[in-house]
Write a protein that binds this ligand. Structure first.
Ligand code: F6P
Length: 449
């Protein structure tokens, strides 16, 4: 029996039970193919990338780094095998500050006899986060490649490959920003478009393609109109009303927190939205929350954030984009924009646990006028990674994560849904069986607004 068949043998040919956190053992849940196919594929691709870049790595770090490359490849291979044979989880072994938390959690998940959990039968959110944490461990336990991000180059390639779309959105914004006066009715009309550009930016996610760039070539603004029918829930008008009302608040500490997702084109659209909101004084301060370690292939790290702004400001081929990038550089310099990467975002917990596990972060988010959560994984974490009945209201699914007003911008790439009108899930799935998994559909949900 091949090891992949071993996972099929252990699986249950059914959908996962409703209103419970996902587990990969259910063959008809998206978690099963992600565990058995996509994750091993992403791990192999990371190894191939490393092998393909051996010469440049040796040039940068010296000949001794070859041993590191070999040891990372062995660790990646081991991880892949562990997944495909449903081996028990092991403790993390690096000296990073988060290791204690991970190992304590593993202890909690183990049974009374100390028997460790396995991939097919454990909370899927934990499993998937553990995969990405182990990927990083392979690097951080080396000598020269401790901080090496094997996805960095692909993330930047993803950004550059979308330059045509970025030019259109960038030029639109620059023309806007250069007008001496903009009327509130124009803001009301255009803000939903900018929000939706950031929403659809979430389609460009390298974790689905093993790091291959997804080029975004169409006009993002036209795309927003043409994709409107694929929006299953669109509460953007509530978000816009709320933001327009905030214009009458004149204090200068109106904070927007954006819980970021992917680097590349998606980050560009997030920065555009933040610039729009700051320029017209909907908010004064923007805190971007990214990841402290490489995460789910394309999530934004500090390095991605800085090099993206630098690329737009200094290396892009269009004057409009450069002008935009210079504005972003000045926001960063003045402290009006901040990049933060709290540890919580790379732990395997859902957002309902922040209050209990990281009260400092919860209190920080409570200072916020508005929180924007981007993407599919953040959405899963928002709603507890629970396989809700699709009609369960979003605000109920979010549970006790209520530090402030919330907007979730998400294209659907996993089978977690909630807040859908009665019968919608059933009717789409009849004509479009993969509707939940390919980033084709989207939702904008709000909570507390
Ligand atoms: O980048 P996003 O939008 O968070 O999408 C990541 C999604 O991709 C997967 O990693 C694989 O499909 C999901 O598990 C995850 O929710």
């Amino acid at each position: 029996m091949t090891i992949e068949n071993e996972l099929i043998r252990l699986s249950v040919d059914d959908f996962p039970p409703r209103n419970k956190p996902l587990i990969a053992k259910y063959l008809r849940s998206f978690a099963f193919p992600v565990l058995s196919k996509l994750s091993p594929f992403n791990i192999s691709k990371t190894g191939s990338y490393l092998e393909g870049n051996k010469n440049s790595i040796l040039q940068k770090y010296g000949a001794d780094a070859e041993k590191d490359i070999t040891s990372v490849l062995t660790k990646l291979n081991t991880l892949r095998k562990e997944i495909l044979s449903n081996a028990p989880f092991r403790e993390l072994i690096s000296d990073n500050v988060d290791v204690q938390i991970w190992n304590k959690l593993l202890e909690d998940y183990s049974d009374e006899d100390g028997k460790r959990p396995t991939w097919m039968f454990t909370n899927w959110l934990y499993c998937e986060c553990y995969i990405h944490r182990r990927l990083f461990e392979a690097f951080e336990t080396s000598i020269y490649l401790k901080t090496y991000d094997p996805f960095y180059e692909q993330k930047m390639k993803g950004l550059v490959s979308c330059e045509d779309a970025m030019k259109i959105l960038g030029q639109f914004l620059i023309n806007y920003f250069n007008k001496s006066e903009v009327e509130i009715k124009n803001l009301r009309e255009d803000l939903p478009k900018i929000i939706k550009c950031a929403l659809w930016g979430n389609r460009c996610d390298l974790s689905q393609t093993g790091g291959d760039a997804i080029a975004q070539t169409e006009s993002p603004l036209k795309l927003v109109d043409s994709l409107q029918d694929l929006m299953l829930v669109d509460e953007s008008s509530k978000a816009v009303d709320f933001l327009c009302n905030s214009l009458s608040i004149t204090n200068d500490d109106k904070i927007l927190d954006i819980i970021l997702d992917n680097a590349g084109y998606e980050l560009f659209t997030d920065l555009c939205l933040a610039d729009y909101l700051v320029t017209y004084k909907f908010v004064n301060i923007v805190r971007f929350h990214g990841k402290a370690i490489p995460w789910f292939v394309s999530d934004v790290t500090n390095q991605d954030f800085i090099t993206t702004i630098d690329y737009i400001a200094n290396k892009s081929t269009c004057e409009g984009l450069k002008e935009l990038g210079k504005r972003w550089e000045s926001y960063m310099k003045s402290g009006q924009w901040k990049f933060e990467c709290e540890q919580f975002w790379t732990l395997p917990f859902h957002f309902g646990q922040i209050k209990l596990l990281d009260i400092e972060l919860y209190n920080k988010l409570s200072q916020s006028l508005l929180i924007i959560s981007k993407g599919d994984l953040n959405y899963r974490k928002l709603v507890g990674d629970v396989f809700w009945e699709p009609t369960v209201p979003f605000s109920q699914a979010v549970g006790n994560f209520k530090p402030s007003k919330l907007i979730a911008l998400r294209t659907l790439k996993s089978d977690i849904t909630c807040g859908l009108p009665e019968g919608l899930a059933e009717s789409i799935s009849k004509n479009d069986p993969d509707w939940l998994k390919i980033g084709k559909y989207a939702v904008i949900h709000v909570d507390g607004i």
